[in-house]
Design a protein around this ligand. Structure first.
Ligand code: ZN
Length: 556
């Protein structure tokens, strides 16, 4: 019984209230919803009742979903009634894959043509040469695929133009890090350094460091400016506000390049407004021989997680991406006939990761992008345990770009959930149409693969409605585009399923959390180019208003 009921019982408001307008609790007290949304087009994401007109909310949960008439009849004298003016009401969105808080350590040097194809090698070197004339602190820059794929010895090339200034290049998508000699010196990286778990140092033909850090080795560059809880609190706080204006009520944070401890401290001081699930980074400074440590940190940190924050994982990156050409592909990259990409883990390491995932309670998340790396992972899982054992684990495939028509059946059998990022489906990759033959999306649903959507945005939050448009268009393979309803399902019920919370949230159904968005426009029917302009006018998390646009209040 909440305070509202007690107050009403004491003040005798029960008298005169029609029986039809109240619900009798077992205690004998009378409950009316705190909030009802009426005159709505309610998309429930619940197959039992796909559409309704109104919703009643009580004690943070959905009390009823029904017609305007029936829901209005539930309202009591203290019920707030919001007429949403016929607008679309949806379950709150889940951003199922985002990276936050990884801005470059110093403001990025301007580089032409970002993101695709980004500067050429010569353009990048000219910009650094110019900056190095006046600077002694770190020169940081985002680069694109042209630099990432440029096979020159970057350490030597950068040393020529910046012999005394530390230089740090980062691929805008991650997965590419280049540092010059002064940079290596300041980071304490010397010849003889051993490769970390899930990554390695680039070396020239004489075995000398060539300035490239691959995959988990890239995390060492976090030493340039270690992230603090205070800084992360600012980043997370800003992301929460922006996401609230987009109707996002759950956020799956891929916790790259920082410790779980610092992220949880940052979230605690940001005061979580949405429901956060932090996917711990498996190869965050984990020595190669200490794979179980990746689970130990989760167990320890989960106990310290602030309210509304869950910890899952670890997340491991099994390969790279086609942008820098390190995802492991069945076909060689078209401009490098001998190169198929590579795996970040040996067979023995991957086997240990998978075995531990079977034993441990937390949910495994695997970045796997190349079709050949996907094949390798599926085969090893089948060798390790029966499909029924894997189905209880609900392993996440982050991205799913490598799942091909001939592997969807295995993905279903092993009980994966796929998190796809619509930005990947529309990225123009120069010199390469797509690394894998197909970039599936609609076929996942046809095959019965559970699907969630996330932006893969970083270092800042990203508009889910831009991603909704990209999922609805799928310009690289339009026959794989999602219907609006399917995309909305993936963004809501699919997101909850992806973190094992489908019994608590993700749909507008009685008993589930009242995580709800009232959208500014009907994303089910408007033309695709209008989708990114969508905002939420009212965003609720557990029935609490985390964002309200005055426009909505005035339509009462
Ligand atoms: Zn990502």
């Amino acid at each position: 019984m909440n305070r509202l009921h007690v107050t009403r019982l004491k003040s005798g408001l029960i008298a005169g209230v029609g029986v039809a307008s109240v619900l009798l609790l077992t205690s004998g007290a009378i409950a009316a919803p705190q909030l009802v949304l009426v005159n709505a087009k309610v998309f429930t994401a619940d197959p039992a009742l796909p559409y309704a007109q109104a919703v009643a909310i009580e004690d943070g949960s959905i009390l009823a979903v029904d017609s305007d008439e029936k829901i209005r009849a539930l309202a009591g004298p203290n019920t707030r009634i919001i007429d949403v003016g016929g607008r679309l009401v949806t379950p709150g969105f889940t951003e199922a894959h985002v990276h936050l808080g990884n801005e470059l350590p110093t403001p990025p040097l301007a580089m032409p043509n970002l993101p695709f194809p980004g500067p050429t090698g010569e353009q990048a070197l000219a910009a650094v040469e110019q900056a190095a004339k006046t600077r002694t602190d770190w020169i940081c820059a985002y680069v694109g695929p042209l630099v990432a794929r440029d096979q020159r010895n970057w350490r030597k090339a950068l040393d020529m133009v910046a012999p005394n200034t530390p230089v740090y290049f980062k691929g805008f998508w991650g997965h590419t890090t280049i540092v010059n000699s002064e940079g290596l010196r300041r980071l304490g990286i010397a010849e003889g350094i051993t490769d970390p778990l899930g990554g390695w140092w680039g070396r020239d033909e004489n075995g000398r460091l060539d300035g490239r850090a691959y995959e988990a080795a890239e995390t060492i560059t976090a030493r340039i400016r270690p992230l603090t809880p205070g800084y992360l609190a600012t980043v997370f706080g800003a992301a929460q506000q922006r996401y609230a204006r987009w109707g996002v009520t759950s956020i799956h944070l891929m916790n790259n390049d920082k410790s779980l401890e610092v992220t949880l401290a940052g979230l605690a001081s940001a005061k979580p407004a949405q429901k956060w699930t932090v996917y711990s980074w498996g190869a965050w400074q984990t020595p190669a021989e200490r794979i179980p440590d990746a689970w130990a940190v989760i167990e320890k940190a989960a106990k310290q997680a602030p309210a509304k924050v869950r910890v899952e994982g670890p997340k491991w990156m099994l390969d790279g991406t086609p942008i820098e050409q390190d995802s492991l592909q069945r076909k060689a990259y078209s401009n490098r006939p001998d190169w198929h990409g590579r795996s970040n883990f040996s067979d023995a390491q991957l086997r240990e990761i998978l075995k531990l995932a079977l034993e441990q309670p937390s949910q495994l998340a695997l970045h796997v992008v190349g079709d050949a790396e996907t094949d390798r992972m599926l085969k090893m899982m089948e060798q390790l345990a029966p499909a029924s054992a894997w189905r209880t684990k609900r392993v996440r495939i982050e991205h799913g770009d490598g799942i091909q028509p001939d592997t969807t059946a295995k993905v279903v059998e092993l009980g994966f959930v796929v998190i796809q990022n619509p930005t990947h489906l529309n990225a123009p990759i120069p010199g390469e149409s797509l690394a894998s033959e197909h970039m599936l999306l609609k076929s996942f649903l046809a095959a019965g693969i559970p699907l969630a959507l996330g932006s893969d945005g970083g270092p800042k939050e990203q508009n889910p409605f831009l991603n909704l448009m990209l999922a609805a268009l799928h310009t690289s393979e339009p026959t794989e585009a999602l219907s609006r309803e399917a995309a909305l399902m993936a963004y809501t019920a699919g997101g909850a399923y992806a973190e094992g919370q489908e019994q608590r949230k993700g749909r507008i159904a009685p008993g589930l959390a009242a995580d709800i968005a009232v959208l500014s426009q009907d994303v089910l029917t408007i033309p695709p180019p209008q989708l990114p302009a969508t905002t939420s006018l009212l965003t609720l998390v557990d029935g609490e208003v985390i964002f309200e646009d005055p426009v909505l209040a005035s339509t009462k």
